[in-house]
Design a protein around this ligand. Structure first.
Ligand code: SAM
Ligand code: ZN
Length: 338
């Protein structure tokens, strides 16, 4: 696994559904509306779920918020939101979206494996379709545990070893792709054309969340599959026979609670140094860790504090560059896999 390539991909990745954003423009609400509609067509049960989730508290962190569709929805339902992504462009769009709609919230750029937040400071940590893309999912989940308040709720969607995984594995074996490509890389590209997508069974998920009290693991089928060339038939069948969906569904939605006896009492959510977890102060054009022994400096990219070791000169991309990168990745996939 080439981690340099993994990092580079996500830094340049944008989830803006082919729409072009002019971040200084005035009339962007229509684009956001279209993106929100697309999201809720693909995931029709989300709104109902968000309502339930927000009964658990108000301080919410979203890990890998992409272009901020869900973050905006949480903020509009009066949650106090913090969101971050690994991609500078996505983080900017998330921040821009909050401001466009007059919503409060903090958006930063950070890594799911080293959260720049104190222990025990969130009621809810939410993450949709992100932690299977990070190399150390177990590390990311232990970070979720750390930043949750005792009794706080983790709500996480991870890919599940369902029908799509079985078909891909079938292709990998029968078409002798294993002669040319490692399984992990093949699955990643075939699943969603990313350099790293890990797919988990229910047992593996239970292991990942072993510190938590798991409330439920709900298996669903990704709504976008209803337009899939082959899987649209399965999609229809699964609607008629829900048991099939529970076994062969493609997404696992995990709700789990941090044990009451673990951790300190409530801390205030704030952005801290990811290395030593000390508060940050503004200095020059950026931020600096208040711990003299650490004194790590962090940049601010446009409006976004960068709480991760980045060389921003390498990663700032325009929408067009990002689209090229996506095309490049899928060409690579076609060359390797087909
Ligand atoms: C498939 S998108 C999902 C975005 C959003 N949650 C949604 O549902 O639309 C995956 C996101 O995870 C982010 N990501 C991947 N690895 C990450 C990491 N280690 N830390 C933070 N974000 C990460 C990517 O930049 C990307 O925006
Ligand atoms: Zn520090």
């Amino acid at each position: 696994m080439n981690l340099g390539y993994w990092e580079d991909f996500w830094k340049k990745n944008t989830e803006f559904g082919g729409f072009r954003f002019d971040l200084d423009g005035e009339s962007q609400k229509d684009i956001f509306k279209k993106l929100d509609k697309k999201r809720h067509t693909q995931e029709p049960d989300l709104t109902k779920y968000f309502e339930q989730l927000l009964l658990e508290g108000r301080d919410l962190l979203e890990i890998g918020c992409g272009i901020g569709t869900d973050l905006r929805e949480f903020a509009s339902r009066k949650a106090r939101v913090f969101g971050f992504d690994f991609s500078p462009y996505n983080s900017l769009i998330s921040d821009y979206g909050l401001r466009l709609y007059g919503l409060d919230g903090v958006v930063i750029l950070a890594d799911a494996e080293a959260l720049p937040f104190p222990d025990c400071c969130f009621d809810i940590v939410y993450s949709w379709g992100v932690m299977h893309h990070t190399p150390n999912t177990d590390k990311a989940i232990s970070e979720v545990y750390r930043v949750l308040r005792p009794g706080g709720t983790a709500a996480v969607m991870l890919y599940h070893k369902g029908i799509q995984y079985l078909l891909i594995m079938g292709r990998y074996i029968l078409k002798l792709c294993w002669l040319r490509m490692r399984r992990r890389e093949f699955i990643s590209y075939a699943y969603d054309k990313t350099p790293l997508s890990q797919i988990f069974s229910k047992g593996e998920i239970r292991q990942l969340f072993h510190d938590f009290d798991i409330t439920s693991i709900q298996i669903n089928l990704y709504g976008g599959l209803k337009d899939h060339r082959y899987l649209k038939v399965a999609y229809k069948l699964f609607q008629i026979f829900p048991l099939l969906k529970h076994i062969f569904g493609t997404q696992a939605f995990i709700t789990a609670k941090k044990r009451l006896e673990s951790g300190k009492l409530n801390q205030k959510p704030e952005v801290v140094c990811p290395l030593c977890r000390t508060s940050l102060t503004k200095r020059d054009e950026g931020l600096v860790c208040g711990n003299d022994k650490c004194a790590k400096k962090f940049d601010i990219y446009k409006t976004i504090p960068v709480l991760h070791d980045y060389n921003l000169d390498d990663v700032i991309v325009t929408g067009d560059d990002a689209m090229k990168e996506k095309t490049l990745t899928s060409n690579l996939y076609r060359k390797w896999v087909k």
